[in-house]
Design a protein around this ligand. Sequence first.
Ligand code: SAM
Ligand code: SF4
Ligand code: F3S
Length: 450
Amino acid sequence: MKINLNMKTFFIETWGCQMNRHDSELIEGQLRRHGLAPAGAARDADLVVLNTCSVREKPVQKIISRIGYLAKQNPLTTIGVCGCVAEQEAGSLLERSRSVGFVIGPGQTTRIGEAVRAVSQGERPILTGFDAEAEYNYHTIFRKSTTRGMVTVIEGCNEFCTFCIVPYTRGREVSRPLDQVLAEVRLLASDGVKEVELLGQTINAYRCPDSGADLAQLLEKVASVDGLLRVRFITSHPRHFDQDLIDVLASHRNVFRYLHLPIQSGSDEILKRMHRKYTRQEYLDLVGRIRKAAPEINLSTDIIVGFPGETEADFEDTMELLEEVRFGQVFAFGFSPRPKTPAARYRPQISDAVKSARLQRLFGRCDEISRELNHALVGRSIQVLIDGPSRRDPEHWQGRGEDNRVVNFPRCGREEIGDVVEVEIRRAGAHSLVGMIVGGAVRLPTVSNG
Ligand code: SAM
Ligand code: SF4
Ligand code: F3S
């Protein structure tokens, strides 16, 4: 049986980080421009695009079995593999299954229309690698949310942490010109978007290629765009977080009161072998300076457990650091050896049993801490941007506070998605808050940030 060469409908499945989610918006925009229409489910689509992540081995395995499943479910379906697994595996994906029609790495996402055309002519293109001159047309991005908008400010990563595959799958850092970023943000704000999320793997390494402006200067300009209620940025590398950035955080109330600041480990020895280029104390000093400037800030982090050679004492250093910082949220992962990365060859590798036991202990304590932090908010009123109906109960709304905390609350009547309402917190769990709208629905006037 041959795959469908005349593709009319598509379905996209996305794994991985915010950057991949945003790339899927770019992919959707390109496919629509090429005349394809969205299908309701993968089994009904002529083209299924898998936008993939290879940061750990498990998701890669899931994607490989997903290709097999989709090919069996509907042998006429064309599968397009995009994202970081596409960059990593390239041609070998075509060998895995006849259903794979094209492979496109993150640096070539804008060429998906070209790939679809090539497939219709019987080709199976492989588009990988990076081209710093590639044109970035944000007008072709298809955004589903009318409330929030993601905007890329820097692509790639130059850090080469010894455990991480991202510099190999996403290439070297390339910053977008400040004026272009600002034009995109203004467009979003004029379309009624309330919250803009600036994206980059090491966003605070941003340098405008025209003016040399850094992230603090960019953020200041973005935060001053009229109509924007909230501006967030992700992911900050601790070693690039300078005082100018802290000052912008402190002086602009519409810069989100939430910061994702990955530490990876609380042990100096492990940090050194991870090639993170900061010490535990430098990280703690940075947290101290950020909290002094913006005391209400909610911090989250990433931690890798079971990095090669991690001793009980190293792990205890990480557990102690949790007590010192008290993060609102922690994303922790067992170390997964990745192709090409130096840490995959480091010895001794830690057993899965030890990694799981350490992870379990770490998650247990993190949950207790975030529950304690959330409990401290009971009785307080906070401003919540409504995202949509709560997943558990359609009679309730779900939204996020200024510090990124998830809040569920009963509908009041007049409020809509995208409104900001004042919610009094009544109950708190480890991962979300429950509250009531106070004083009826409040639709805030469009703010002027000028
Ligand atoms: N750029 C961000 C930074 O510098 O922290 C992180 C980006 S990475 C896509 C997201 C997280 O995945 C990392 O912070 C790290 O905790 C985790 N990660 C990356 N490589 C990993 C590996 N080989 N095994 C386990 N977790 C890994
Ligand atoms: Fe990976 Fe390190 Fe770059 Fe983050 S900074 S993407 S962890 S290499
Ligand atoms: Fe995954 Fe690539 Fe993002 S490896 S986490 S999708 S940059």
